[in-house]
Design a protein around this ligand. Structure first.
Ligand code: ADP
Length: 167
């Protein structure tokens, strides 16, 4: 029997070790996964879509069964076009729950045959978010151990460019 294909969608601005933790857990259940980066321009991300994809490609380079892609449509439409049946989301704390619950039910309303599966990260990552990582990096704090060395370098570089007015 062919294994179920699952999609892990997100803004991933940038991809953190918390995202990586969820991806690794999901892979144990769904050996075929797509990490799908949202191209929604309304979120005004720090990193371009191409940069965010490059970061994830680097993070998954030794993983079997993972593909990195971008999507610009409704998530459930994207999931269907890929022939996938499951959406993976991470749940950190109660604060995530309400939004994630709303999204999952809305997605089910639009596409009844797609299931959302929630996974919890290792407790070391429950407080970790892309937003917090950006705030700490902007103020010159260390984000070592929270993101990959590539992301650490890219954050430093981006904020250096910003300070010198290039981006
Ligand atoms: P979005 O804008 O879609 O919420 P994010 O990149 O912020 O995109 O998050 C993508 C998914 O990863 C979400 O389900 C989010 O709850 C989950 N996630 C983000 N950070 C963590 C973390 N530290 N641990 C577990 N899940 C996380």
């Amino acid at each position: 029997m062919k294994s179920i294909l699952a999609v892990y969608p997100g803004t991933f601005d940038p991809f953190t070790n918390g995202h990586q933790d969820i991806l690794e857990r999901a892979l144990k259940i769904f050996p075929r996964m797509i990490v799908a980066v949202s191209g929604n321009p309304e979120k005004a991300p720090l990193f371009t879509l191409e940069e965010r994809m490059e970061i994830i490609r680097d993070a998954v380079r030794d993983m079997q069964g993972v593909r990195v892609d971008a999507f610009h449509t409704l998530l459930v439409d994207y999931v269907k076009t890929q022939g996938a049946a499951v959406v993976i989301r991470g749940l950190r704390a109660i604060s995530d729950f309400e939004y994630e619950f709303q999204m999952a039910l809305m997605n089910r309303r639009i596409a009844e045959d797609i299931e959302t599966v929630f996974l919890m990260p290792h407790e070391a990552y429950t407080y970790l978010s892309s937003r917090l990582v950006k705030e700490v990096a902007l103020l010159g704090g260390t984000v070592k151990g929270l993101v990959s060395p590539l992301v650490e370098r890219m954050l430093k570089e981006r904020y250096r460019q910003r300070k010198s007015g290039k981006r």
